[in-house]
Design a protein around this ligand. Structure first.
Ligand SMILES: *[C@@H]1O[C@H](CO)[C@@H](O)[C@H](O)[C@H]1NC(C)=O
Ligand SMILES: *[C@@H]1O[C@H](CO)[C@@H](O)[C@H](O)[C@H]1NC(C)=O
Ligand SMILES: *[C@@H]1O[C@H](CO)[C@@H](O)[C@H](O)[C@H]1NC(C)=O
Ligand SMILES: *[C@@H]1O[C@H](CO)[C@@H](O)[C@H](O)[C@H]1NC(C)=O
Length: 564
């Protein structure tokens, strides 16, 4: 009884005196793989990120629609960072209220960004806990990495609540790196091809996707990027060795153009090596940037820090590929909505953001005893990014046609409604395959459906720590491959004086599958239960929520995307 009364009083106190929660639905449970290593001392310095409410978000969304729709007169009329800033910058009132609130707590050490909509401030843990009632900062460790997060939800004063979207650095933890070696996975029982298969290399990809030796970058001012968030580093010696082994058949660069962030010392990461080696093999000869582990302070969220950086750099590469994702249900709606606005801000600037669709098929969420549903992943489920799924060769020994890679992430968002650009394609899939669909209780047909496109994701060769490693698999592999292909198309567009592709989806869906190899065979994973027995969605002619529209046939895709 006592605890009930206490919590009622606490609730009243929260809403009347404190204000309220900005992220009521944020999962604050610390995953089991992190170990609690004690409370943070009151004098310890924390770095928190304040996401200020932006203005003109509807106008931003409409502008993105116009500049990305090939049938609009505004197509390709991208905005500069200054113009984006002019549009979304928080109102003078919001800025004043938030600054006043921080100052009244003695917080003056803040950095802002060009768009004025993020503030990064340092303060002691004691001050942070007063500023954000409810928060309790603790230290957690995993595999030698240490982070500081709050073990309880935070609230903010009522006066500032309407001027903030969320405060970063309290809850979201870096996700666990994905297991990229499928050979070790017991889920892989389809065929025992491992010992005989030679594996996917740049020349296999270039042949399959019809890239000739001449299909490499040459435009001035074209560039592409990969982003890493898991304390993973690439080694430039691995990249040179990789190109020495696998790059002999096409002109390429052997060095990264620019590293943004801090490359730690120590072993190279498989994921980081994979991303860099493959974006530079399809997007060959195109200057490449690596964003590495932004937000190294213990309270910072690396993915959020990367988003903050994008709002502070005016000249960015045109294509970014990212292999990062969290379950939608572990994140607050406020956070996802705001990050989605950040994606719009990048899109109107002509920047293409590509995300891996994930490696758990449709995913599985246990709701109640015996009741499951699929589990969409964010940012893959954002309507304003291009999401990349995965395929395997039908005949593993030959460069045959592609079928579903059963790990390929895909499904329907429970947060973002279905965008207009895909409504027709998704309806066709749902109607044509009605008899064969998983039960309706497992997914949400009104949500944004993904992926949009795909590429091979199975049995790659990667050089890491000076060793060539086979059997590397996952949509982390297909994403930089598609990124490189888009960069090549941007290259040809820039040579013709055309604007870059920018946010691709509206144009991609209008192609109606033209110029892509349609993937029509195979299903991906989902819940191992009686109802669906491990089967999620299945590939089908045209668009499907396993492989999107399919994989790129470069010369045809170039021709289709080289006008306007
Ligand atoms: C953004 O860039 C400016 C310099 O252009 C810098 O002064 C500022 O600290 C940066 N903001 C953040 C959050 O790093
Ligand atoms: C591209 O590749 C496919 C399959 O490998 C092939 O059938 C086609 O002729 C190639 N060329 C073009 C220009 O599409
Ligand atoms: C594009 O070119 C301009 C002017 O030459 C340069 O300042 C800028 O850094 C380049 N941008 C990229 C992303 O390479
Ligand atoms: C289904 O998705 C819509 C957004 O399209 C959302 O509003 C709704 O809450 C979702 N339903 C469930 C059960 O999550």
């Amino acid at each position: 009884m006592k605890s009930l009364v206490t919590s009622i009083i606490a609730l009243l106190f929260c809403s009347v005196v404190w204000g309220g929660y900005l992220e009521e639905d944020q999962d604050v449970l610390i995953p089991k793989d992190w170990t609690h290593s004690g409370a943070v001392s009151p004098t310890e310095e924390l770095e928190l990120t304040f996401a200020l409410k932006q203005q003109n978000v509807d106008l931003l969304e409409e502008t993105l629609r116009l500049v990305s729709d090939p049938d609009s007169a505004q197509y390709g009329k991208h905005l500069s960072l200054e113009e984006v800033s002019f549009l979304v910058r928080p109102s003078a009132l919001s800025q004043k209220v938030v600054h006043h609130w921080l100052q009244s707590h003695g917080i003056t050490n803040c950095l802002t960004v060009r768009t004025g909509d993020f503030l990064q401030c340092s303060m002691t843990a004691e001050v942070a806990e007063k500023l954000l009632p409810g928060s309790k900062f603790q230290r957690y460790v995993r595999d030698g990495q240490s982070v500081v997060r709050s073990s309880a939800p935070y609230s903010v004063h009522d006066d500032v609540r309407q001027h903030l979207d969320f405060v970063g650095g309290l809850h979201r933890l870096p996700p666990k790196g994905q297991d990229l070696t499928k050979a070790s996975s017991n889920l892989h029982h389809k065929h025992s091809k491992a010992s005989l298969h030679l594996g996917v290399t740049p020349s296999i990809l270039r042949t399959r996707y019809n890239l000739t030796t001449a299909d490499v970058g040459s435009a001035q001012n074209n560039s592409q990027a990969v982003a890493q968030f898991l304390e993973q580093y690439y080694h430039s010696t691995d990249l040179s060795e990789f190109m020495g082994l696998f790059g002999r058949t096409f002109p390429h660069l052997t060095q990264v153009d620019r590293v943004v962030g801090t490359q730690g010392v120590g072993k190279a990461g498989l994921e980081a090596s994979l991303d860099v080696e493959y974006i530079m093999s399809t997007g060959a000869n195109i200057p490449t940037w690596v964003f590495t582990n932004p937000g190294r302070h213990e309270t910072q969220e690396p993915f959020l820090e990367w988003m903050v950086l994008l709002s502070n750099i005016s000249d960015l590469p045109w294509v970014h590929t990212v292999s990062y994702g969290d379950d939608e249900d572990s994140l607050s709606t406020a956070y996802m909505m705001r990050i989605n606005i950040e994606f719009m801000k990048a899109g109107v600037r002509g920047i293409s953001l590509l995300f891996a669709s994930g490696d758990s098929g449709a995913g599985c969420r246990h709701l109640t005893k015996g009741q499951n549903s699929f589990r969409p992943s964010f940012p893959a489920s954002s309507p304003y990014v291009t999401t990349v799924g995965g395929t395997s060769f039908k005949n593993p020994f030959k460069m045959s046609f592609e079928v579903t890679d059963y790990i390929s992430g895909g499904g329907f968002s429970n947060v973002f409604p279905m965008p207009e650009y895909q409504a027709g394609a998704v309806q066709s899939y749902l109607q044509a395959g009605a008899a064969d669909l998983p039960p309706q209780s497992y997914f949400n047909t009104s949500g944004r459906a993904y992926p949009d496109i795909a590429a091979l994701s199975d049995n790659y060769w990667v050089v890491t720590n000076m060793l060539p490693i086979p059997w590397v698999s996952g949509t982390s592999a297909s994403t930089p491959v598609v990124g490189g292909v888009l960069s090549l198309i941007n290259d040809q567009r820039l040579l013709k004086g055309l604007p870059v592709l920018g946010f691709l989806n509206p144009r991609l869906y209008k192609l109606n599958g033209q110029a892509l190899f349609d993937v029509t065979e195979g299903c991906h994973l989902s819940c191992i239960d009686e109802q669906v027995q491990g089967r999620g969605f299945c590939a089908a002619p045209s668009w499907d929520p396993v492989t999107g529209w399919g994989t790129p046939n470069y010369p045809a895709l170039l021709a289709a995307l080289l006008e306007k």
